[in-house]
Design a protein around this ligand. Sequence first.
Ligand SMILES: [Zn+2]
Length: 550
Amino acid sequence: MNKNILPRTSSPKRYEIKLDIDLENFSYLGIQTVEIQVLENTKSIFLNSIGIKISHASLIAANDKENNNLSVEYFEDEERICLSSKNEIKKGEYKLYLEFNSDITNDLKGFYRSKFLTKKDEEKWIATTQFEPTSARNAFPCWDEPEYKAVFSISIVADKKYLRVSNEKVLSEKEVGDNKVETTFVDSMKMSTYLVAFVIGELEATEIGEAGNTKIRIIHRPGFSDQTNYAGTAGIELLNFFEDYYKIPYPGSKLDLIAIPDFAMGAMENVGAVTFRENLLLIDEEKATRPELNRSVTVIAHELAHMWFGDLVTMKWWDGIWLNEAFASLMEVIAADNKYPEFKLWNEMNLSRSAGFAIDSLENSRPIEFEVATPEEAEEMFDVLTYEKGSTVLRMFEVFIGEEVFQKGVQEYLNKFKYDNTNSSDLWDSLSKASGQPLNEMLPYWIKEEGYPSVSISINDSSLLLEQKRFLLKDIKIENSNKPIPVSIKFLDTDEKFNLILDQTNEKIDIEEKGEVPLVNSGGWGFYHVFYDEKVFNSKSIAINSLLKR
Ligand SMILES: [Zn+2]
């Protein structure tokens, strides 16, 4: 499949981006120097860029002696530019220098503007970013694919009345005339372009406290500091939880949770500058309903889970986005349930599984992971099969290998691939290694095939018979299935428990010693339905009947 990707002839190492922002006229000037590696002799360098006017481009050799002007060609349909040199550019290290200008748009992605009303009903504007999946290219020219990780040094020049926030803490601030201040932030970790963020406006920062060494603030409309306590406290609690769970320090230099008045997503996991819908962070605890509190906690947990899983370690390409989201959706429950057990979030996760069942029992369901060629296809991946089925299938395997073993596998995976990119098989390999179970062979059946099975149970003499079929809502044709299903069985009459991998269509198990009243999918986390035949159903088990009548 022809992915719409940049030719692999150059790659960035460190971006220095200075943006001079005119928030009154919704426009900005950019000066950008990128340390790059040219990977083969060529005359052209391709970058992603859309709607940006480049006024100057030049290439400076590493020894700073040669300075080649580059001509610019725009390919708006392909969302890229071609920078060409008259002479051949030899393989090696360079600095790419660009000057450009663009507008602060009104379309909730890239670098966009957002309006809010103050307590006195005055209209104010902020400018903010939303880059995932492929809108960093709307804000500055870049290698806008997750695999091109680089260090980002961001500077913002703007009227001094504006608060400015980016991924990292402030390195320096200086007055630059015209009532303007230039703020430079410390270098980011090596990361993907879609995680870069900057926000400016007449906003207020409320300092909440620290989690470990990390200072946490909530950035919000002025005058709402008294509504930041609930989400701020959750931020501290949950960041502490994740540092402990992953056993890797938080990868940023500070953490700002930013309440954005106009926001298309629920929240976005930009390292150190996580953006949220305002109502997830500003909470009047006297009036808030339980679902509002629950939602605030779980969304914060979800985004903070991404700081490591997604941000520190990132998928190679967008077909891996489901893993990012499925994993964070599982981690939000693990973390939030640990700190806020009163929300009974595991019960809620059962509803997620039902939502996954509902879509995945249709004949035209899709596999969780599928090939993604274009930005539009990447956006289509943010659905029930990614979040709800993906997270509950992961939960099934977490329970199957044990929660502590799963945690150990995740730690190994993050340590092995930090600042790098992965395919989903890299996680299965780490989990297989940690557990000694063949998850790397089992998971592809669940991830790369659509649909899920039902397991029929019958007892014949002293054998338990299990038979799996694909479950379809409309029983058009019965399809046999041979997914490797992690099955846990508990015998209600003897309390005997055991696990097995059902990886054939039929399996016969000797149960003479185990018991006669099996509860299959004990614990309830299997992503499959169980059907008992009449004999088992009507067996002397009061226990089973009481379970089924619920
Ligand atoms: Zn997410």
